[in-house]
Design a protein around this ligand. Structure first.
Ligand code: S3P
Length: 449
């Protein structure tokens, strides 16, 4: 839902070793897609391990407003009775996607080729984010978008009554843009093609294939060419959502920087388009191992074991890896602050248009905590202070951004003095059990409200 009326300040105190098993919730990207594709199939899709964070719950409510029957059976088990491709009903209320860029952008794509008019809004973070990246390609299908200046929400999408298929070369590396185009392509006759220069997370492609759509990906000189044949009858699926690597990042990174820690994070999705952080941490010298590697529900999965790693060195992070760890740069910067030497992160312009400007948000808070950060439009450099060398002792602004809030709380666990965030409320969007889960491991996070 829009806005977190009352800020929830939180303080992370330096703590002793973190130890135990961290069962992080389901993958946010996969959870959104399971609900949306379930709603576009004919019949009943069953989902286990769904992330019950605010972002995904907002998408569940949106699917009901569009005519699907969505039922919560408890304990992460849900079912969706879909209306079929092109079967969405026009909602009689505005759809509020809360904080979720993924929710709103995927939904805009899903409705863009149905003859209905849908108005979307969100919280003040989401309503400040650029939507033209999605509405530009949706216009090629014949959809019309009317929003605020600068292509911002609230925005109405008038879906195309007679959509045409599209060939679209995405100008930004964005799985949300790619997925919006593919979802729109589902209800357009003929072949819709998306070309991406850099590989972004491919959960939509995998899940579309699972639901029975005809979809092929080809690596070419232009990049990855994804071709979808429109107007399939999607068959309902049983989907087991793996645990979210982007949430696993927080207990993993905390364990690496808190002396004496040893944490096991089981069942983490390790799709190569998502696993860039873990490769980067290992390059820095992290004691991070994959155990029990397996495939579950079409996605590679492993148990991650992270142990305190006082010998981590700053590195030049491979920019080609940016898309596969785009949500993890904030928490990587907290690790980098505890490493020895400089960690250089380039090719990360997209960080400026996430739930907050993540380079600015982290750089400001890290500096307040005594860490040197340099930044440019699409790069930033954190100078490590060595293990346990971060002074801390500051209040950092989370800017309605869950990952910024959690990254500073992780930083506080290994700092000399506590680190406070002005508002930890947004953590509920993606990782509602972050507080109790970290406390079980031994973290000392205090909530002021
Ligand atoms: C997501 C894609 C990423 C990511 C977001 C989730 C998705 O955004 O930052 O948290 O589920 O498709 P972009 O695709 O815009 O980079």
């Amino acid at each position: 839902m829009s806005g977190h009326a009352t800020p929830v300040p939180m303080t992370s105190h330096p703590c002793g070793p973190l130890a135990g098993i961290a069962e992080v919730p389901g993958d946010k990207s996969i959870s959104h897609r399971a609900l949306i594709l379930g709603a576009m199939a004919v019949g009943e899709t069953r989902i286990t391990g769904l992330l019950e964070g605010e972002d995904v719950l907002d998408t569940a409510r949106a699917m009901r407003m569009l005519g699907a029957e969505v039922t919560d059976h408890g304990g992460g088990s849900w079912s969706v009775h879909g209306v079929g491709t092109g079967g969405f009903a026009e909602p009689d209320q505005v759809i509020d996607c809360g904080n979720s860029g993924t929710g709103v952008r995927l939904l805009m794509g899903a409705v863009a080729t149905s003859p209905i008019s849908v108005t979307f809004t969100g919280d003040s973070s989401l309503n400040g984010r650029p939507m033209a990246r999605v509405t530009d390609p949706l216009a090629l299908f014949g959809a019309r978008a009317t929003g605020r200046s600068g292509g911002r929400l609230p925005m109405t999408i008038q879906g195309a009554a007679n959509p045409v298929p599209v060939r679209y070369a995405a100008p930004v590396p964005s799985a949300q843009v790619k997925s919006a185009v593919l979802l729109a392509g589902l209800n357009a006759p003929g072949q819709t093609v998306v070309i991406e220069r850099e590989a972004t997370r491919d959960h939509s492609e995998r899940m579309l294939a699972g639901f029975g759509a005809e979809i092929a990906t080809e690596e070419t000189d232009e990049g990855r060419v994804i071709t979808l044949t429109g107007q399939p009858e999607l068959s309902p699926q049983d989907i087991a959502v793996p645990r979210d690597p982007s949430s696993a990042a927080f207990p993993v990174c905390a364990a690496l920087i808190v002396p004496g820690s040893d944490v096991l994070v089981p069942g983490i999705g390790l799709n190569p388009t998502r696993a860039g952080l873990f490769a980067t941490l290992r390059e820095m010298g992290a004691d991070l191992t994959y155990e029990n590697e397996r495939t579950e529900g079409g996605e590679p999965v492993a148990d991650l074991r992270a142990r305190y790693s006082p010998d981590m060195q700053g590195i030049e992070v491979d920019p080609a890896r940016a898309a596969s760890m785009i949500d993890e740069y904030p928490v990587l910067s907290a690790v980098a602050a505890n490493a020895t030497g400089r960690t250089v992160m380039r090719g990360v312009r997209e960080l400026r248009v996430k739930e907050s400007d993540r380079i600015d948000a982290m750089a400001t808070g890290l500096r307040a905590c005594g860490v040197e950060v340099e930044e440019g439009e699409d790069w930033w450099i954190v100078t490590g202070r060595g293990p346990g060398g971060v002074p801390g002792g500051a209040t950092c602004a989370s800017h309605l951004d869950h990952r910024i809030a959690m990254s500073f709380l992780v930083l506080g666990m290994a700092a000399a003095a506590p680190v406070r965030v002005d508002d930890g409320g947004p953590i509920a969007t993606s990782f509602p059990v972050f507080g109790p889960l970290m406390a079980d491991l031994g973290a000392k996070i205090e909530r002021e409200r």
